[in-house]
Design a protein around this ligand. Structure first.
Ligand SMILES: [Zn+2]
Ligand SMILES: [Zn+2]
Length: 235
């Protein structure tokens, strides 16, 4: 009975996921909304901290002073409008749908910036504690990782688990953040040689640094970090 079914959806032009007015032309967005996003053009190659043009071929002062455990980071956007509205809203209203088109945008960005690099053997989403994930109903990092896995044909592995709940990182200073994360994560088995950690936002990088350190202790040789958005300054 399905052999003569016509896919009428293909005749309906999808509206832009952001403005809802114009026709979507790429990754669910209209041309104007796509161009207006705060794309991250110039950044520290190690931690993706936004840097003035011309300084981006060198690591930022913080990475030179104390190199992080991860090797390389890519963030599609500065954590600026509208990302600083969309990302908190989808988490706290428990409506993860925007992660679909955001994940596609990140995948396109990664493909553009990965020209001369090797893809990782696996993608690892930054884990949430089980209680927090049950409360929210999803882990945004895992949803993003699953979109990326499809787009770049790379498997998702969940080798790292959060075994202890921690206070919200944004409320803590840097020293307390580090102490807060000690012993909060565990690596379950030997990871592949090259992995990419995926998360929605990177602020100080303390979480991904902790995870990269654990993954390297467990046998990983290269750990990259892929995030949707990077905050402009280390706070
Ligand atoms: Zn639009
Ligand atoms: Zn840096």
């Amino acid at each position: 009975m399905f052999t003569h079914t016509i896919n009428y959806c293909s005749f309906i032009k999808q509206k832009c996921s952001l403005c809802g007015i114009y026709t979507a032309v790429q990754s669910g967005l209209c041309e104007g909304c796509h161009a207006d996003l705060p794309w991250l053009i110039s950044f520290c190659p190690r931690c993706a901290l936004p840097l003035p043009p011309g300084l981006a071929e060198y690591a930022c002062a913080a990475c030179r002073r104390k190199p992080p455990c991860f090797d390389h980071s890519l963030a599609a956007f500065r954590y600026d409008f509208p990302l600083n509205q969309i990302l908190p809203a989808l988490k706290y209203r428990r409506k993860p749908n925007p992660l679909g088109w955001l994940g596609q945008l990140l995948a396109t960005y990664l493909k553009l910036h990965h020209e001369h690099r090797t893809w990782p053997d696996a993608i690892i989403p930054v884990p949430m504690h089980l209680a927090s994930e049950s409360k929210r109903g999803f882990n945004q990092a895992r949803l993003l990782a699953s979109v990326l896995a499809q787009e770049i044909a790379c498997p998702v592995r969940e080798d790292v688990h959060k075994i202890r709940p921690t206070p919200h990182q944004a409320e803590l200073d840097l020293q307390t953040r580090r102490r807060n994360l000690a012993d909060a994560f565990a690596v379950e088995c030997t990871p592949p040689a090259h992995v990419a950690l995926v998360d929605d936002v990177m602020t100080t990088g303390t979480t991904v640094n902790t995870l990269a350190g654990l993954l390297k202790q467990a046998g990983a040789q290269q750990v990259d970090v892929w995030v949707l958005a990077r905050t402009p300054e280390v706070r």
